[in-house]
Write a protein that binds this ligand. Structure first.
Ligand code: URA
Length: 272
């Protein structure tokens, strides 16, 4: 269920947008959409990245895709621990697995269920079960495997696909080196996982490739993203919702998310 915020908060929010735009500073927007347990927050969005020359009244049109920021305290607490450079590889790995289970919970919120008849030790009853087992988790290698492990604990019968992409250090574009997904993708709902949606180039390339196999639906799950990554991603794939634990401030000149958590693959596998 989506609960509308009181008018006064919306009004204040839109006044703030206008004020920031008027003085040309960075746009700070807190847009709350409170679902049954969900806090969706968009913050620190860069004006030029998001709005170009357009007025704030057209803001909604410049947010072409859906972003779900999982503001749950457990997720945020674990994310903070993961960000800390003092966190060891094994703790980082465990936290990523745990946080991914919590993200899976949100991503699966709208999964259809079907009623089945079962026998409890006490009585016969009709109870809901997930409708079919058609989920496919697609891991963008290599860091995607960290999220994959946690998600598979919640969705043990999901099929798994892998997309291997590396970032060309000069052009920062994505180059494919591996692609394997299950058959009959047309019957499946795909959840693509990669901890960092940074430049957006790898994610766009992965979704481009995945769409060739025609899955029934696609969702994208990451741990962290930034305005640049969202803009690039939804510029190409506005139909694919993003689920993330946070939208950070920006990319730095090496295309790392700031403040971020560093290189997710290195921190996960201890390669640096
Ligand atoms: N990939 C990472 O692992 N970290 C970043 O900050 C950006 C891309």
């Amino acid at each position: 269920m989506r609960v509308e915020l009181p008018r006064v908060r919306r009004a204040r929010s839109s006044q703030r947008i206008r004020r920031y735009l008027a003085c040309g500073s960075a746009l700070r927007i807190r847009d709350y959409l409170i679902g049954s347990e969900k806090l969706v927050e968009r913050r620190d969005l860069d004006r030029s990245a998001w709005l170009g020359a357009n007025s704030p009244d057209t803001f909604a049109e410049h947010m072409p895709g859906k972003i779900h920021v999982i503001g749950h305290p457990l997720v945020q607490h674990k994310l903070t621990l993961m960000r800390s450079k003092e966190t060891s590889t094994s703790t980082f790995r465990n936290l990523l697995r745990e946080i991914s289970m919590l993200l899976a919970y949100e991503v699966c919120r709208d999964l259809p269920t079907t009623k089945v008849r079962i026998e409890t030790p006490i009585a016969t009853t009709i109870a809901p079960m997930l409708d079919g087992k058609k989920i496919v988790l697609i891991s963008i290698l290599r860091a995607g495997n960290g999220i994959l492990d946690g998600m598979l604990e919640i969705l043990p019968s999901a099929r798994v696909g892998h997309i291997g992409l590396y970032r060309d250090p000069k052009t920062l574009t994505a180059v494919e080196y591996y692609y394997k997904v299950p058959e009959n993708m047309g019957d499946r709902d795909a959840i693509v996982v990669d901890p960092m949606l940074a430049t957006g180039n790898s994610a766009v390339a992965a979704i481009d490739r995945l769409k060739e196999s025609g899955p029934r639906s696609i969702k994208f799950v990451c741990l962290l993203t930034c305005p640049e990554g969202i803009r690039v991603f939804h510029g190409s794939h506005p139909d694919v919702p993003i689920y993330t634990a946070a939208v950070d401030d920006a990319l730095n000149d090496k295309s790392y998310i700031v403040p971020g958590l560093g290189d997710a693959g290195d921190r996960l596998f201890g390669t640096k």
